[in-house]
Design a protein around this ligand. Structure first.
Ligand code: XUL
Ligand code: CO
Length: 434
């Protein structure tokens, strides 16, 4: 049985190809800056969007009627796993990510839910072994079920905290069993709508306690995958605690969690936080917390988390410039992205992923060319050259005080602005490589 009978394996055909079901830039074995493209990216398919997305929105019913879908049973969930792996094999993506609830239906009790999950995990494992496709990261859905109405680890109800702990315990075991390379904590409802009813300090203490428990359990079962926090400032809550990279890092430092967590940075979340993706990656990276990427993009005219596939070459170039600068990603690039409601045919799933992969491949090649020429690096180096010798070097070496600097400037006299930022020149420069 095949779910995509008309689709052959997607191959690299080069930039001149007009075949919409081929890669024009993503050539997995092509070496860029000493590493094959497949290793630069470690592309991953998001199970929730690609295999559970229906196209429903607050105004309308599902549009994506997949021929392989049926009732919400374990049997159908298992069938869907086979479809998912056929899709990933044909696409040539080597990783996937999922939430516990994406792959198996909830039962009437947690025990039944866990049994359902185990039955599907058995097939996920079989398919991983058959295809060589790996789990980039696992995660628990702690936001969809009504019990999480007030949050999970930050709920006002201690029983909800306990339920979430049970879910994470199980999903850590599952991720370990499947050889997952990481585990993500995205706190969808870990935030608030209203401070009048919220004890923020207590909620943050609980969140930290929850994450410490997860670290302890990870060590206990010998799971060596990387833990990630995924920043997002809002949606569904008005104010989410893990707002952006800086807020997450502050939280990790405040609660002594820095040894065990890195960040999974997502483009549309950066946008919602009022940042560019490049900013978020740069901030996480220089602080030592860059882990993995959820690649997508928002629609700036809509303004919510539209999770579209990234097709903008400026965006991917900017991402790859920073990623290359910091020596690459230890995690991977997960397409936390969905086809839009109007793109309801199965083939659209291929177009979407091919486009995202090609956009990143182009971004990588462009970024590598910019770096090879060194003009941008040279510009930045010169811009800060006053710090390389004389007073700048002395300040950086910690040899000065407010008093000594006051004396220095008294003797030197007033300072004129002496260096243009050359922003238009630099934008033109980047365009030369596109
Ligand atoms: C939601 C989001 C999640 C996380 C995993 O905005 O990005 O899908 O990536 O829970
Ligand atoms: Co995400």
């Amino acid at each position: 049985m095949t779910a995509f009978p008309e689709i052959e394996k997607i191959r690299y055909e080069g930039p001149d190809s007009r075949n919409p079901l081929a890669f024009r830039y993503y050539n997995p074995d092509e070496v860029v800056e000493g590493k094959p493209m497949r290793e630069h990216f470690r592309f991953s398919v998001a199970y929730w969007h690609t295999f559970r997305g229906t196209g429903s929105d607050p105004f309308g019913a599902p549009t994506m009627i997949r021929p392989w879908e049926g009732a919400d049973t374990v049997e159908n969930a298992i069938n869907r796993v086979r479809v998912a792996f056929e899709f990933m094999e044909k696409l040539g993506v080597e990783y996937y990510c999922f939430h516990d609830r994406d792959v198996a239906p909830e039962g009437k009790t947690l025990a039944e839910t866990n049994r359902n999950l185990d039955a599907v995990v058995k097939v996920l494992k079989e398919e991983q072994e058959r295809t060589g496709i790996k789990l980039l990261w696992g995660t628990a859905n702690l936001f969809s079920n009504p019990r999480y109405v007030h949050g999970a680890a930050t709920s006002c109800n201690a029983d909800v905290f306990a339920y979430a702990a049970a879910q994470v315990k199980k999903m850590l075991e599952v991720t370990h069993e499947l050889g997952g390379q990481g585990y993500v904590f995205w706190g969808g409802r870990e935030g608030y709508q209203n401070l009048y009813n919220t004890d923020m300090k207590r909620e943050l203490d609980h969140l930290a306690a929850f994450l410490h428990m997860a670290v302890d359990y990870k060590k206990k079962i010998g799971f060596e995958g990387q833990f990630y926090i995924e920043p997002k400032p809002k949606e569904p809550t008005k104010h989410q605690y893990d707002s952006d990279a800086a807020a997450c890092i502050n939280f990790l430092r405040a609660y002594d969690l820095t040894d065990d967590f890195k960040l999974n940075i997502e483009t549309n979340h950066a946008t919602l936080a009022g940042h560019e993706m490049m900013h978020e990656i740069e901030y996480a990276a220089h602080q030592g917390f860059l882990g993995s990427i959820d690649a997508n993009t928002g629609d700036l005219l809509l303004g919510w988390d539209t999770d579209q596939f990234p097709t903008n070459i400026y965006l991917t170039t900017q991402c790859m410039l920073v990623i290359l600068k910091y020596g690459g990603l230890a995690g991977g690039i997960n397409f936390d992205a969905k086809v839009r409601r109007e793109s309801f045919e199965p083939v659209d799933l291929f177009h979407a992923h091919i486009g995202g992969m090609d956009a990143f491949a182009r971004g990588l090649k462009i970024a590598a060319a910019i770096r090879a020429d060194g003009v941008l690096d040279q510009f930045v180096k010169e811009r800060y050259s006053s710090w390389d010798t004389g007073i700048g070097a002395e300040i950086e070496a910690g040899k000065h005080t407010l008093e000594s600097l006051a004396q220095y400037i008294m003797e030197k006299g007033d300072i004129e602005p002496n260096r243009s930022g050359r922003q238009e020149y630099l934008e033109n420069l980047i365009n030369m490589y596109l």
